[in-house]
Design a protein around this ligand. Structure first.
Ligand SMILES: [Zn+2]
Length: 101
């Protein structure tokens, strides 16, 4: 599955970041070249994470991946039907039902 492949790649990136942070100088002196590496890895991580959050694969509210999904054309985002219902109700109560048609 796509989402599992993403997860593998992300945990690899996460491990690399953790490894860099283990270097004793990291917190003491914040060497610029280390910070740069961590930033690059973070960017890589979010390059995977960002599209997942707006895609149908992952509900951006509860982060579940195995639910029935509903598309919200106003926000251009997929939500699971459960979260969609909660958000829809919340928006109706706030007087913005057009946010969740
Ligand atoms: Zn959800």
């Amino acid at each position: 599955m796509v989402i599992e492949a993403c997860g593998d790649e992300q945990s690899k990136i996460h491990e690399e970041i953790e490894k860099l942070k283990l270097i004793p100088d990291y917190y003491k002196t914040h060497p610029p070249e280390l910070l740069k590496q961590v930033k690059e890895l973070n960017d890589k991580y979010w390059a995977i994470e960002r599209p997942l959050r707006v895609s149908i694969l992952l509900c951006p509210v509860c982060f579940q991946t195995d639910k029935d999904m509903t598309y919200n054309p106003v926000r251009n985002t997929w939500y699971c039907t459960e979260c969609y219902g909660v958000l829809k109700k919340g928006n109706e109560e706030r007087g913005t039902p057009e946010e969740f048609p």
